[in-house]
Ligand binder design. Structure first.
Ligand SMILES: Nc1ncnc2c1ncn2[C@@H]1O[C@H](COP(=O)(O)OP(=O)(O)OP(=O)(O)O)[C@@H](O)[C@H]1O
Ligand SMILES: [Mg+2]
Length: 509
């Protein structure tokens, strides 16, 4: 990607202050759309040269520079006094220096060599500050440089959020609103973009190196950052608040069962129980609402798969991080521009059965692949794991039914229920509670059919005992019922102490 494409047309940036002041919102909007299309595909080298020339001319104009030149941001802040103006001044100075910098940098510079680009940017930055007679304190200078290099080398205003380890998710709702999730809670940040175009450039920078595109004709995209973070972008006209970007940051060290015990999501007894379930090759569905920790739990369960088994993982965007040696990771692919070349999760599930898997782990079942997955579970590929969006164990069954119908085979509902009842052994349901904590709220056995109804039996449930400073107090506890599949444990020589289920030895024997 050329430097100019990375930053948008410099002409836009230079002209923006003016247009912001003079144009009506309506006119700005139409200008934006035109530019979005343009910046997507054909920003040729020649165009770039022209634009950079133009910018050089604009920014070189002594009148404009003279008017904006000021000794230090601090001085201006004192004059204005208001925080809003402080950030306006910073942004103004930033875009001015940035424009000068772009006009002085070679637009054909190879942005792949990050170290060299950073050094060149640093040198040019210093010379621009000097030639413009701008005096900044060390802190201001660092801040300005970081903001500008984030525009050129990183992901613009959200770069600091992506680097912040306490942030687990970043949500950009158009140019003026950015939220993050910290410790399970949503917080609004003071990060703002200049305009829709600015957000678009960041989105484009993320998706175009991946060979993906986003424009009016395909306004939604799912992708992954090079560090593994999962991103989703939706742009106008589908999004009415401007281009939106949601980033689920990749945990370098994925949460382990010990972490989940520490957070109160699991107890050591339940970890022992779940380990036994995985080793005994039960088919397990992890269910829960969005962001409730399903993928994390799937990763933890997968970590219990013995080392000598061949695991095939299937996901839309590879999020699972298995530690075992023998893992084949497959990722689905959306159709290309001509609508061809799609490889769906369903294709991958069907294909995986020919790969001699000991375990099939599907990141999430969302549609027709559910039927293939259930059939696989029923035909010798037991010990499979997947996740489903739902509101509770019973709802998980309803979702499975609906998704099987989506396979389009016109099967009678009873046949589907029988498939579900015989394939699925256990449902582990998670919730994100009001205080932001993620808890396992149900561990439920699927016992079979009674008439037309699938019989469920809760083995563990979450009991809330109170609230303290907004924190929910409670724990997941056994219901006292010993699941029927315990016999399966025994055939795998796994013996659990019966008190795990809240049952005494007397009741067992
Ligand atoms: N038990 C937990 N305690 C605290 N944080 C957790 C827990 N489980 C997951 N998280 C964090 O919550 C976020 C969402 O987790 P995860 O991706 O597993 O959710 P999900 O249910 O798969 O979401 P989605 O529905 O979007 O696929 C991640 O940042 C993860 O680190
Ligand atoms: Mg997930």
């Amino acid at each position: 990607m050329s430097l100019l494409k990375r930053l948008g047309t410099t002409q836009d940036l230079a002209g923006q202050e003016q247009s912001n002041k003079t144009q009506q919102p309506g006119t700005q909007r139409s200008g934006t759309t035109g530019n979005l299309g343009g910046s997507q595909t054909q920003n040729t080298g020649q165009q770039g040269q022209q634009q950079s020339g133009e910018t050089a001319e604009r920014s070189g104009g002594s009148g404009e520079l003279g008017a904006l030149r000021r000794p230090s941001i601090g001085g201006t802040q004192q004059q204005t006094g208001s925080t809003q103006q402080k950030s306006d001044n910073f942004n103004e100075l930033k875009s001015r220096i940035q424009n000068r910098l772009i006009s002085e940098l070679d637009p054909r510079m190879d942005l792949g060599n990050q170290e060299e680009v950073r050094r060149t940017v640093e040198e040019t930055f210093a010379s621009v500050l000097e030639s413009e007679n701008i005096v900044l304190t060390r802190v201001e200078r660092m801040r300005l440089f970081e903001a500008i290099s984030a525009e050129i080398l990183g992901y613009g205003p959200i770069e600091p959020l992506l680097k912040d380890e306490s942030v687990s998710e970043v949500m950009v709702n158009g140019p003026n609103q950015t939220y993050v999730e910290r410790a399970g809670r949503l917080e609004r940040t003071d990060v703002v973009f200049q305009d829709d175009d600015h957000v678009m450039r960041v989105i484009d920078r993320i998706v175009s190196p991946l060979g993906r595109r986003i424009d009016e004709s395909s306004p939604m995209v799912d992708a992954r950052l090079p560090d593994g973070s999962r991103i989703n972008a939706v742009i106008p006209p589908i999004s009415l608040v401007g281009p939106t970007l949601t980033i689920r940051k990749f945990a370098k060290d994925p949460l382990t069962s010990d972490d989940l015990v520490r957070f109160g999501t699991l107890t050591p007894e339940i970890v022992t129980f779940l380990k036994a379930c995985v080793e005994a090759r039960l088919n397990i569905i992890v269910s829960g609402g969005t962001g409730s920790g399903k993928t994390t739990m799937l990763n933890v369960l997968s970590s219990f798969i013995p080392d000598d088994e061949r695991i095939v993982t299937i996901e839309n965007a590879a999020e699972l991080q298995l530690r075992q040696d023998h893992v084949v990771t497959l990722e689905s692919r959306p159709p290309n521009i001509e609508g061809r070349g799609e490889v769906s999760i369903q294709d991958l599930v069907v294909n995986s059965l020919r790969m001699r898997p000991d375990r099939v782990v599907v990141g999430e079942c969302r549609a027709g692949e559910t039927l293939d997955m259930l059939q696989a579970m029923n035909t010798g590929h037991d010990g499979s794991l997947t996740t489903v969006h739902s509101n509770g164990p019973r709802d998980t069954l309803a979702r499975l039914e609906t998704m099987c119908l989506m396979a389009g085979y016109d099967l009678p509902i009873r046949a589907i229920r029988e498939q579900i009842a015989s394939a699925v052994d256990l449902i582990l349901h998670q919730s994100r509670l009001k205080d932001g904590s993620r808890r396992v709220t149900y561990i439920t056995e699927v016992q079979g059919m009674e008439g037309d109804v699938i019989v469920l039996q809760d083995v563990f449930t979450f009991e809330q005992t109170g609230q303290e400073n907004g924190k929910i107090i409670g724990a997941i506890k056994p219901t006292g019922i010993r699941p029927k599949f315990v016999e399966q444990f025994e055939s795998h020589s796994i013996y659990l102490p019966p008190n795990i289920f809240g049952t005494s030895y007397e009741r067992l024997f």
